[in-house]
Design a protein around this ligand. Structure first.
Ligand SMILES: *[C@@H]1O[C@H](CO)[C@@H](O)[C@H](O)[C@H]1NC(C)=O
Ligand SMILES: *[C@@H]1O[C@H](CO)[C@@H](O)[C@H](O)[C@H]1NC(C)=O
Length: 351
């Protein structure tokens, strides 16, 4: 009797244990949750205008009411107070493009909402630099945003601006020494014409006028991966890759060919699969990260974000109606990046 109870309990514990560790947080679907959003923009006074869709006049609110539900388990509830306690004395850095800013701003809002009484400081692009900081002095926690879209260096040379696929020296000067690093890169690799930030690409002692962009991205990411492998002490720092944040600029990817990009999208794609399939840049990121022997946690946000065709600012980006530019790349806040941060939280408290 006693023995079978013991065996039964052991089995139960094993099952529970498997239930937790065997669960993939990144597989699931969006479900309605009346308790959402996790904060509102009025409780986040420093919110970046461009992400503040409700303030910018977005008429629908349904998109605020979705929670990511993994298929086999639940995400831990985000507890900002707990996170600040665990991060006491630590510095977190987001490195990348404006999608990094989206996630950084979301985390600042989530933490401030958890401890509204705590003092904070916000320095946006201090003295014109690429660095912004948000701090909680009482917790001695610093969250830095370093705008550095390629991770590899872009340097001025006589011939023009050169994208150096072999070097992360400039960036590493800034991110080295942080306790948690969350990297992201992709969107700027695709730009051509006036938005392209470089004139030449340099790699292996050779100079190129251009290169297939996914190939260049892979080479650049490999350089970053090598840096992680030879410079990160896993006992001192945790490294994350934010994963590739998807755009919604073509409705045929979600079976609505007549859609004008993400305009008037008010609901997520139902279920767990995105009809448009995996994102090619995400596949590259996964491939490169698999080659790193140091622990790097890939926040696999691509698929869950692909399902959120309703999550972008579209015309409610705050640049005025006359600016008919539609933003189907960034995300409204509150919104999808809050879930990225719930996933970051889950990864941080698990070990
Ligand atoms: C917040 O900052 C103010 C001004 O610097 C200071 O007087 C106050 O004591 C701080 N609050 C806390 C809780 O530390
Ligand atoms: C959207 O994608 C489909 C399928 O790849 C393509 O045929 C179509 O030209 C694209 N539309 C636009 C506006 O880019």
């Amino acid at each position: 009797m006693g023995a079978s109870f013991f065996v039964g309990a052991l089995l139960l514990i094993t099952l529970l244990h498997q239930g937790n560790c065997g669960c993939d947080f990144y597989k699931g679907s969006w479900v309605r949750d009346e308790s959402y959003p996790l904060y509102d923009s009025s409780s986040c006074p420093f919110m970046e205008k461009e992400f503040n869709c409700q303030n910018n006049g977005r008429p629908d609110k349904e998109y605020l009411k979705y929670r990511w539900q993994p298929t086999g388990c639940n995400l831990p509830r985000f507890d900002g107070r707990e996170l600040l306690k665990r991060l006491r004395g630590k510095s977190i850095i987001f490195v990348g493009d404006s999608l990094s800013m989206n996630q950084w701003m979301s985390l600042n809002c989530m933490l401030h909402t958890a401890v509204p009484e705590a003092n904070y400081t916000l320095l946006m692009r201090a003295s014109g630099s690429d660095i912004s900081t948000f701090t909680f002095p009482e917790y001695n926690v610093k969250l830095t945003l370093y705008r550095h879209a390629f991770l590899v260096d872009v340097v001025p040379k006589r011939i023009g601006m050169v994208l150096k696929l072999d070097s992360v020296d400039e960036g590493a000067k800034v991110w080295t020494g942080n306790d948690v690093m969350i990297f992201n890169s992709w969107h700027w690799w695709t730009h051509t014409g006036r938005k392209q930030r470089w004139d030449f690409i340099e790699e292996g002692g050779k100079t190129y006028k251009d290169m297939e962009r996914l190939v260049a991205f892979e080479k650049g990411l490999k350089t970053w991966a090598k840096w992680v492998d030879s410079n990160v002490d896993p006992l001192k720092a945790k490294v994350f890759f934010q994963g590739v944040s998807p755009d919604h600029t073509n409705g045929s990817f979600w079976g609505e060919a007549s859609a004008n990009q993400c305009e008037k999208q008010a609901q997520p794609v139902a279920g767990s699969n995105y009809p448009g399939g995996p994102h090619p840049a995400e596949l590259v990121a996964e491939k490169v990260i698999r080659t790193i022997s140091r622990p790097v946690h890939l926040l696999k946000v691509t698929t869950l974000s692909q399902l959120r065709k309703d999550g972008h600012p579209s015309f409610y980006h705050g640049h005025g109606r006359k600016h008919r530019l539609m933003d189907c790349s960034h995300w409204c806040l509150p919104g999808v990046p809050d879930t990225w941060n719930q996933l970051l939280y889950a990864a941080l408290i698990q070990n």
